[in-house]
Design a protein around this ligand. Sequence first.
Ligand code: FAD
Length: 410
Amino acid sequence: MNTHEDHFDVVVAGGGIAGTMAAIAAASEGARTLLVERYAALGGMATLGLVQPITMWGIRNQYVIGGRGRKLLESLNELGPNSATPMSCYGPTCDAERLKRLLESTALDAGVKLLYHSWVASVEKEKDVLTGLRVLSKAGSHTFRGRVFVDATGDADVAAAAGVPYEEDSQGITLMFIVSGINRERCPSREEVMKIWNEHKIGYRELAFFWHPRPDTAYVNVTEVEGLNGLDPWALTEATIECRRQAWQTLEVFQAHVAGFENAYIEQTAPALGVRETRRIIGRYVLSENDILSGADFPDAIARASCPVDVHGAKHGGRGDYTVLKKSYGIPYRSITTDAIRNLLVTGRPISADHAAHSSLRRMAPGFALGEAAGTAAVLALPHGDATSLPASELRHALVKHGAIVMPEK
Ligand SMILES: Cc1cc2nc3c(=O)[nH]c(=O)nc-3n(C[C@H](O)[C@H](O)[C@H](O)COP(=O)(O)OP(=O)(O)OC[C@H]3O[C@@H](n4cnc5c(N)ncnc54)[C@H](O)[C@@H]3O)c2cc1C
């Protein structure tokens, strides 16, 4: 690969919501930051996975997540009409293309060096220090060196390759899709649509559909396959084919039975398959189900979340669960760091949490906060190259300066 720029301060693997926010925070704080992404856009599940809405920013009408992420989403509508529904504690539904553009331009403006079409395949390390990420692309194999690394691959690919201990679970896998050409004025109420779906549905899933900011379009979350390993390419292929089949069957049900859908069509099935859970690292603290149900707080909390426990997977012997929380819980700095590799932060959905806690914090609003926390921590850890010795109080202070919320709601 023809580049003279292969030494960076901070190297971020994966450009989903968490990785993008980590890179934006690190670059904004002055670090030379590389972001490596296997596809050709930022946003991960939020854009390439067509997963919307971006939930949940607060509870009982009080925000528990702020920071750069909330400001960024609040600015989305300045890009043009129909970019997003209004921001709220629940969260907006965004136009995925507008969001891609906003994330990309914000990252570039912050000074992030973006590398698309490149897959982090393995790591180089010396004892408990990561020294480089080996990246595969059309140009072959290339090693990028950094002083602090952020694993935002969603699957903890970097952590696993570096020997960080982890647990693995799976949940239902879904291919999201967008239906357009809907005559919304003729469309019955949501309750009526649900009733019709329950009479004619294919498969077992409840229907979840969300109006796009454009009035004739909806995001549909209904396809699902369970019991497959989201890290196995054969399983991912099987799930993609089966879910795409279910998407077309769903459209036929709607066209036949729901007023306003007569001329509806599938605008797009998601370029990236929706995998809810794979690896979860075992970091310096494992956030537990009890912690999140009791609204635990921690002196080193660097983000908060209030999303329900939401485990898909009951049909295949797994635990299906949907439990609404009464208050928010703190996410400790120890859950995004590991003693196994001192200069690595793990962010987004695979942080150190048990199966149930993961099913809550995996949502995208916490991802914004966790990404910003990881990127900020990476910069603060640069002088010693050691994220584990960084005082959380210093990180909390830096995050709050940019509007992040680390204290419990009243
Ligand atoms: C079907 C489904 C429905 C959901 N519904 C909602 C919802 O309604 N609301 C909500 O808020 N959340 C929802 N979620 C959860 C949420 O979308 C994800 O958990 C969250 O977006 C994960 O963010 P992330 O940044 O951690 O990972 P991702 O979004 O997965 O981003 C990881 C990024 O890393 C890249 N990458 C991965 N491996 C590598 C590699 N080795 N090298 C280079 N790049 C790599 C990927 O291409 C991707 O861009 C849903 C999830 C799914 C799957």
